[in-house]
Design a protein around this ligand. Structure first.
Ligand code: G3P
Ligand code: CA
Length: 354
C-alpha cells in the first residue's frame, strides 16, 4: 500500500470517528443527568388532590412546583394516545352508564385469562371524549372534591403537550406495548412520531422527556426507535420470568439496566438503604423511586389531616417518608402530593445547612 493511501485511510477513520461522536452527542439524552435534582415528578399529575391524568391534575401539579408530570399511555380504537393508567375505563369514568352493553373480554397484561370490561381500545376518541373522568374522584374523595372536576375529560397526549407547553417536562410510561401491538397499534411508533413532531427531538428540548416502562423489551425498542429520549426502567420488571429476580437491587441488575437506560425507577420499598442507591449510581444510573403517598393509594385516599395508628397524620407520614429517601440521596421521585415533596425538600435543605 502506498504511504498516501495509508494516511488517507487514517484520515477517513478519524472523520468517521468524529462524525460518530457528533451523532452520539446529538442523539444522547445525557443533558438530563445534569438537571436540577431531586426532581419532583407529579404522579398522574397532582393525583392526591385532583382526578388523575386530567388537565386539572397536571395544571395543579405544575402550580405546586412539579418539574415533570407523569403520563401513563393507553390507545383508542382509532389509534390515538390517551393519558390513562388503566387500559379499562370503568374505574375512572362513567363508561358503564354511557355505553351499556359495550364490554369485551381482553387480557392486556398477558395473564392468559381475559377479563370483561370497557377497554379504551374498543372506543374511538370521539366516544371516549363523551366520558366523565372527574366525578368518580369527587364521589371517592368528598374531602378533596371540587365542582369543577365533574365532567373532566380524558386527555390525549397531544392535548397534554399543548397544555403543559414548557412549564414542566413529561415523564411518559409505555404500558401494554405487546397487547396494543397485537391489535396493530404500535405505541412506540406513535409516541416517537408525536414527540418528534412537537419539537422534542431538538437538542435543547429533548431533556424535557423521560420514557419509563416496567417492560425492558419496550425500552430496548424505544432506544432503537429514538435514542435521544432518556429511558427509565421501572422495577420490578414485568418481562416474562424477570419479576422475582428484579425485586432485588444488585450490581448485575444495575449494570444490565445501564446497557439500555439512563435511570432506574424502583418501587421505593426496594431501596432499603443508601447502599442500594449507590449500587445504581455506581453503574451510572439516576434513581427515581415511586410512589410517595403514605398510607393512601389511587383508589383509597385519606384526608391529609387524619391521624393514623402510630399517632402521626397522613401528611406527616408522607413528609417523613420523602425526607428519608432524600437523605438516602435519590435523584427524584414520583409523588401524588407535589406540594408535600416541595415542603420535604425545603425542610431537608434547612436541616443540611444547620
Ligand atoms: O411510573 C411509576 C409508577 O407510576 C408505576 O406505577 O402503576 O402507578 O403506573 P403505576
Ligand atoms: Ca405510571
Amino acid at each position: 500500500m502506498k504511504p498516501g493511501m495509508a494516511r488517507c485511510g487514517v484520515e477517513s477513520n478519524l472523520i468517521l470517528a468524529s462524525v460518530l461522536t457528533l451523532f452520539l452527542l446529538a442523539s444522547s439524552p445525557s443533558a438530563i443527568i445534569q438537571q436540577k435534582r431531586p426532581l419532583l415528578i407529579a404522579h398522574r399529575g397532582a393525583s392526591g388532590y385532583a382526578p388523575e391524568h386530567t388537565l386539572a391534575s397536571y395544571r395543579l401539579a405544575i402550580q405546586m412546583g412539579a418539574d415533570f408530570v407523569e403520563q401513563d399511555l393507553q390507545v383508542t380504537r382509532d389509534g390515538v394516545l390517551v393519558c390513562m393508567h388503566d387500559p379499562e375505563l370503568a374505574r375512572t369514568t362513567n363508561a358503564g352508564e354511557v355505553f351499556p352493553g359495550r364490554t369485551s373480554i381482553r387480557d392486556p397484561d398477558g395473564e392468559g385469562k381475559g377479563k370483561p370490561g370497557w377497554y379504551a381500545v374498543d372506543f374511538t376518541l370521539d366516544e371516549i371524549k363523551k366520558l366523565d373522568a372527574g366525578s368518580w374522584f369527587n364521589r371517592a374523595n368528598p374531602f378533596a372534591a371540587k365542582p369543577e372536576y365533574a365532567g373532566a375529560r380524558i386527555a390525549t397526549l397531544q392535548e397534554v403537550i399543548s397544555d403543559v407547553k414548557d412549564r414542566a417536562g413529561l415523564y411518559i410510561e409505555i404500558k401494554h406495548y405487546e397487547f396494543y401491538k397485537s391489535l396493530g397499534l404500535d405505541v412506540i411508533e406513535k409516541l416517537v412520531s408525536l414527540l418528534d413532531s412537537n419539537g422534542f427531538k431538538q437538542a435543547g428540548r429533548r431533556d424535557r422527556i423521560f420514557i419509563q416502562s416496567f417492560s425492558k423489551a419496550s425500552l430496548v425498542k424505544m432506544r432503537e426507535a429514538a435514542r435521544q429520549y432518556a429511558r427509565v426502567q421501572l422495577l420490578p420488571m414485568e418481562d416474562r420470568g424477570r419479576r422475582e429476580e428484579t425485586l432485588n437491587i444488585t450490581p448485575a441488575l444495575a449494570k444490565e439496566i445501564a446497557g439500555y437506560a439512563q435511570g432506574a425507577g424502583p418501587a421505593k420499598q426496594m431501596i432499603k438503604s443508601a447502599a442500594d442507591l449507590e449500587t445504581f449510581h455506581a453503574a451510572g444510573l439516576i434513581v427515581h423511586p415511586y410512589t410517595f403517598r403514605g398510607p393512601t393509594t389511587a383508589v383509597s385516599r385519606k384526608p391529609l389531616g387524619e391521624t393514623q395508628a402510630g399517632g402521626s397524620t397522613v401528611r406527616q407520614i408522607i413528609l417523613d417518608d420523602i425526607g428519608r429517601y432524600l437523605r438516602f440521596g435519590v435523584d427524584g421521585g414520583f409523588t401524588d402530593y407535589p406540594d408535600l415533596w416541595v415542603e420535604a425538600v425545603n425542610t431537608s435543605a434547612r436541616m443540611t445547612k444547620k
